[in-house]
Design a protein around this ligand. Structure first.
Ligand code: XMP
Length: 513
């Protein structure tokens, strides 16, 4: 899919921890924004006709060997540029200002004094607050620049050469700890770059639908629907464009949560009238998993079997030209950055055969997750799909420790439905990243009436996270935990004990396997 046809701002990424955040903040102003690595050829940047460029921060010092640089011709393109932190150091350095590698370490909420509040910093009070996080600093701005602000430790906290459209901030306007940050970005986007804020989710839907329609013509597309947010929104979007020329295949591997398979069918077949091939392959997966206890083997078996089932079903559907995939922007930006060590092989179930040789339709490849959810809402999709919590491809198989059996799946589904139901009832479902039950395969002694019991333990896991890479265990109120626990044991005689996992990631992982 091509970049949306709209006013564009490019974040040139120098590797800063907040680069994504800058992009998201810009989009909150209804301005479309793309992130490109700093070594993108200038010609490519120019051809995209951006209204403005933002240079992100970065971990490096301009004086380090191999520090990321940009072609200095960028300053003469007559495209407004806002440099942030490292982006500012680089601008100062390349335009003959003075940068010190003093490793000053000014960080955190910092008082800033505005020297020139006539333009970019017009929204700030004479003494205001900003968020600093830097080692180097600009000692003197390049010729032709004026100093807009300073702090106790930083003589040039903001600088500008307005007639050249060049601006730079030492502090981070994109983080919430700079209270006027959004207003500063807004000034840059609207007053300096001339954006109008025309990029909305409804304009995105309209434009994407038109584009898919034009591209596909009367050909046909196939979509592997997992029930997750991304593939679901992709399917509904593509269906809006090409209707019955789209067929979705939903493989139920039998390791889904309670009622999930039914919900998917009700939404896609009944509500949206989408051609849906529903495949109940539960027994097939259980057979393959019999006797298997190693987590990685489980993942591998499920992943491979999924591809096999999908291929068989795709063959029955007949000749197709396009494959719809729910790739989203973080997948695009992050692909290529190698992760350090494989802790778990996250081959996504829904990861599809590479040899299908279909052209890809990836209608969400420009969107962040929250934007995908807004598109889902725009398309009238139900909250239970749009706000679905992340769920691992191998499903409950990685929440049942040891061998997976039909009885254990059924038991875990029932316990899990209580956890999710009570969390939702307590209004915590959009606040907590993931919350679910685990069946560790542990038996312990209990007492029921006058009888001794020897039954399953169920674990509860609930974590806060932004991206699944790190996570904090959620401090769920005791009364909610109590309701969950007493319902699990009173409604399931096979369970006599409930424990709560109070480990964060690291050192634990979110899933137990
Ligand atoms: P961990 O357990 O590694 O999980 O802390 C991080 C995030 O990834 C999800 N997860 C998976 N997703 N296939 C997936 O598609 C997998 O095999 C898999 N294992 C874990 C997990 O639910 C969490 O959101």
């Amino acid at each position: 899919m091509s970049v949306p046809e709209t006013e564009l701002v490019i974040v040139v990424d120098f590797g800063g921890q907040y680069s994504h955040l800058i992009a998201r903040r810009i989009r909150e102003h209804n301005v479309f924004c793309e992130m490109l690595p700093y070594n993108t050829p200038l010609e490519e940047i120019k051809n995209k006709k951006p209204r403005g460029l933002i240079f992100s921060g970065g971990p490096s010092s301009v004086y380090k060997d191999g520090a990321p640089r940009i072609d200095p011709a960028v300053y003469d393109l007559r495209i407004p540029i806002l440099g942030i932190c490292y982006g500012m150091h680089l601008m100062a350095f390349q335009l003959q200002g003075q940068v010190s590698g003093a490793q000053l370490d000014e960080s955190g909420r910092t008082e800033i004094e505005i020297i020139d509040g006539s333009g970019l910093l017009g929204c700030m009070e004479e003494k205001d607050l900003c968020w600093m996080s830097h080692g180097d600093r600009v000692e003197a701005p390049p010729p032709g620049f004026k100093v807009l602000a300073r702090t106790a430790k930083t003589p040039v906290a903001a600088m500008a050469a307005p007639e050249r459209g060049l601006y730079a901030l030492q502090f981070h306007p994109e983080v919430v700890h700079t209270p006027k940050g959004q207003e500063i970005l807004r000034h840059f986007l609207f007053a300096i770059c001339g954006c109008t804020g025309s990029w909305t989710m409804s304009s995105f839907v309209e434009q994407t639908v038109a584009e898919i329609r034009a591209r596909v013509g009367n050909r046909r597309a196939l979509c592997a629907l997992s029930g997750g947010v991304d593939s679901s929104v992709s399917a509904v979007l593509v269906h809006r464009a090409i209707g019955d020329q789209l067929t979705c295949v939903f493989v139920n591997h039998g390791l889904l949560r309670k009622d999930e398979a039914e919900t998917v069918q009700a939404v896609f077949r009944d509500q949206f009238n989408i051609n849906l091939v529903y495949v109940d392959a539960a027994q097939r997966f259980l057979d393959k998993l019999r006797g298997v206890t190693d987590p990685e083997r489980k993942r591998k078996i499920i992943g491979e079997e999924f591809i096999r089932v999908f291929e068989e079903e795709a063959a029955k559907v007949g000749e197709r030209d396009y494959l719809v995939q729910g790739t989203i922007y973080p997948d695009v930006v992050e692909s290529g950055t190698a992760t350090a060590a494989v802790i778990k092989s996250h081959h996504n179930v829904g990861g599809l055969p590479e040899n299908m040789r279909l052209s890809l339709i990836e209608p969400l490849r420009w969107l962040f997750k929250d934007e995908v959810r807004r598109v889902g809402e725009e398309l009238g999709m139900p909250a239970q799909i749009v706000w679905r919590q992340p769920f691992p491809g191998p499903g409950l198989a990685v929440r049942i420790l040891g061998e997976v059996t039909a009885e254990k799946v059924d038991l875990l589904q029932r316990a899990d439905a209580i956890v999710t139901g009570e969390i939702a009832k307590a209004g915590l479902d959009r606040e907590i990243w993931q919350y679910f039950a685990i069946l560790p395969g542990l038996y312990s002694v209990g007492v029921m009436g006058d009888e001794r019991t020897y039954a399953h333990t169920v674990g509860i896991r609930a974590v806060h996270s932004h991206d699944g890479m790190t996570a904090d265990w959620a401090k769920i109120p005791y009364d909610v935990l109590e309701r969950i626990s007493s319902r699990i044991v009173s409604e399931n005689k096979e369970i006599n004990r409930v424990v709560y996992d109070i480990t964060s990631k690291p050192p634990a992982t979110i899933e137990w396997e």
